[in-house]
Write a protein that binds this ligand. Structure first.
Ligand code: NAI
Length: 338
């Protein structure tokens, strides 16, 4: 265990922080896979978040350095690094939110499903530990293939008798971030004002941006909308190819992960009308897990929102994504139960 500074100094810091921010509740956030390509910038961004009082950085290697480094930043949270399975319990105990970017990323030519064999096992083990050491925490799953890792976590939680479907989230925020950026470029509108829901799942054609609902509205041709949809679906592959074997999206993913975690913390703290897209247990289609707009609250998912009106192109996309998403869900469920 590596603390960011001496314990005496820590307790002084803690006292001064708690008196200066007494209206903001204490929140412990754990990042599992914190020394990785996503984990490190995500740790940085969560250290900058004033809603976090305790930041727990877990990985199987290299967390002492990351924790020492991030811990020197003069913001609210206390940072502690934990390394190796022996320290996983301490990393998780008391966590309000657990973010999981642990696992291997894609290389050129790989689909997210190609990661299944390695990452499914990692997610299974980490989920068992969450069930044991912080069963009430919200879980933000980043590890791919998200379409399968979320059902895996759900099954592991069910076996442990603590599954709460309101607390398990697949992080699809990067798809939304990409859809907003690409749309703003084509629609020639200020990117900061853009909103685009993205539904379905988080792999290839299962990613379905709803540009017909995008705001500010713009009159884009069918060809442009088709190209924007494809670019959003292939955004991850664009980065994998540009990195040429050195991994997948890490910086934009850390941004997206930090954005979603912040929304979860705001929800926990009772901030009203916090809505983000996420891949959650759902009844809005016949599929048991589906990404759509979700209202976040004190218990996690407060409401899974309707899809709203879809264009004919989007209706086709929705039907086309269902078989792949269904089989990815089934693959996850099967793995967790074997
Ligand atoms: P990376 O290889 O740079 O980092 C992964 C980290 O996980 C490493 O530090 C490794 O030591 C750690 N790790 C491995 N097994 C672990 C275990 N049992 N417990 C804790 N930590 C463990 O990979 P990167 O680029 O950070 O990607 C991580 C995951 O995020 C991949 O599965 C990737 O596909 C996924 N991803 C998800 C996105 C999304 O939109 N949801 C976007 C981009 C990547």
């Amino acid at each position: 265990i590596v603390r960011s500074s001496s314990s005496a100094k820590q307790s002084l810091l803690r006292r001064s922080f708690s008196s200066s921010s007494s209206s903001v509740p204490e929140r412990k956030v754990a990042i599992l896979g914190a020394a990785g390509g996503i984990g490190q910038p995500l740790a940085l961004l969560m250290k900058l978040n004033p809603l976090v009082s305790s930041l727990s950085l877990f990985d199987i290697a290299n967390t002492p350095g990351v924790a020492a480094d991030v811990g020197h930043i003069n913001t609210r949270s206390e940072v502690v690094g934990y390394m190796g399975d022996d320290e996983l319990a301490k990393a998780l105990e008391g966590a309000d939110l657990v973010i999981i970017p642990a696992g291997v990323p894609r290389k050129p030519g790989m689909t997210r499903d190609d990661l299944f064999n390695i990452n499914a096992g990692i997610v299974k083990n980490l989920s068992s530990a969450i069930a044991k050491y912080c069963p009430h925490a919200l879980v933000n799953m980043i590890s791919n293939p998200v379409n399968s890792t979320v059902p895996i976590a759900a099954e592991i939680f069910k076996k442990a008798g603590m599954y709460d479907e309101k607390k398990l989230f697949g992080v699809t925020t990067l798809d939304v971030v990409r859809a907003k950026t690409f749309y703003a470029g084509k629609a020639n509108v200020p990117v900061a004002e853009v909103n685009v829901p993205v539904i379905g799942g988080h792999a290839g054609v299962t990613i379905l941006p709803l540009f017909s609902q995008a705001t500010p509205q713009a009159n884009l041709s069918a060809d442009v909308l088709t190209a924007l949809t494809k670019r959003t679906q292939d955004g991850g592959t664009e980065v994998v190819e540009a990195k040429a074997g050195k991994g997948s999206a890490t910086l934009s993913m850390a941004y997206a992960g930090a954005l979603f975690a912040d929304a979860c913390l705001k929800g926990l703290n009772g901030v009203p009308d916090v809505v983000e897209c996420s891949y959650v247990q759902s009844t809005i289609t016949e599929l048991p897990f589906f990404a759509s707009k979700v209202r976040l609250g004190k218990n996690g998912v407060e409401e899974v929102l309707d899809l709203g009106p879809l264009s004919d192109f989007e209706k086709e996309g929705l039907e086309a994504l269902k078989p792949e998403l269904k089989s990815s869900i089934e693959k996850g469920v099967k793995f967790a139960n074997q």
